[in-house]
Design a protein around this ligand. Sequence first.
Ligand code: NAP
Ligand code: G4F
Length: 339
Amino acid sequence: MTKRALVTGVTGQDGSYLAELLLDKGYEVHGVQRRHSTICTERIENILGAKNFYLHYGDLSDSCNLANLVRETQPDEIYNLAAQSHVGISFEVPEYTAEVTGVGTIKFLEAVRQVKPDAKFYQASTSELFGGIPETAPQSETTPFHPRSPYGAAKLYAYWITVNYREAYGIFACNGILFNHESPRRGVEFVTRKITLAVAKIISGKQEKLSLGNLNAKRDWGFAGDYVQGMWLILQRGKPDDYVLATGETHTVREFVEAAFREAGIEIKWRGAGLDEKGFDAKTGKVLVDVDAKYFRPAEVDLLLGDPAKAERELGWRRRVTFAELVKIMVAADLEKFI
Ligand code: NAP
Ligand code: G4F
């Protein structure tokens, strides 16, 4: 029998890769998009009109809409990927972030409990829950949480309400605690894509330099295509549980910058410190990177490094793409747009 999946956030980075994966596996996929005044389906262009792919309008802030979607689509599996997902911007729109990223999850779970309690539910939880405090690494399913942003705090509520609906009502509800994962489809305001896009624009003469915030932050960066495979595996187990997906490697933002420029044949040399730090083209001496205070956050997560041992052991999940390969893929994709 054809399985049916309901995917919120289908127009986002992860939603687009997940929808492709599920269609390949023979699922009927129902994606949820928000209404926009402009077209925002760029990432799912290749599956629009595909057999077994259906788009519905919806919003995590509208509980009636969520209940209707569950009633109409009768999903076997639900992937709740929708969120105001930008950590920095969550400081600008904290209440909205709480409403969508936090409270939206209980609205959805309540719709599941009332309308289709046997549906399996995946919640897009995050390494931002750890906050890097205390500075314990690597971080695993048993590491204490200490969110450092309105986004992290909203995701903390979503995490625990997912656990609660599993324990209280027996719903097959799971958290994937995912460390950063990137791709050529990553939003342009996230640091990796901002860097690879800037490299391509600088090379092609369309941008002078790249301005960044905290160059010392460390992230455990993997490839989004590997992580959506893990989301699916989490819902295929015999019992619901929570899993960390990560690479087990960490790199600074500075290292990502160096690797991305190197892909384009430019060696970056650093001079200065703090707000005065600059990245130069080693050959020409031209300043290509500087630091702008406006990209710093009121509170920072300094170190993320995940331990994916449980997912590897119980799900057989493995990340495939290495850090070097990820940078290469992203730079190549952006260069192709401009050269
Ligand atoms: P993304 O590219 O920002 O996509 C977010 C999606 O949510 C978009 O489709 C967006 O729609 C949708 N959305 C936003 N607000 C909504 C609302 N009120 N109602 C319905 N849909 C709404 O994020 P992503 O990187 O794919 O991440 C997917 C999920 O995983 C998010 O929940 C994120 O917080 C979480 N996560 C991501 C990472 C990561 O490294 N990527 C790591 C851990 C957890 P529009 O296209 O209309 O904006
Ligand atoms: O790319 P980022 O904005 O990602 P961040 O904050 O780690 O959040 C992402 O990963 C989380 C999982 O850990 C997800 F839950 C979340 O939804 C999102 O996908 O920033 C990465 C690091 C930060 O330390 C930030 O301060 O890069 C630093 N950074 C330095 N300059 C910058 C910049 N970040 C951005 N976005 N822009 C800059 O110019």
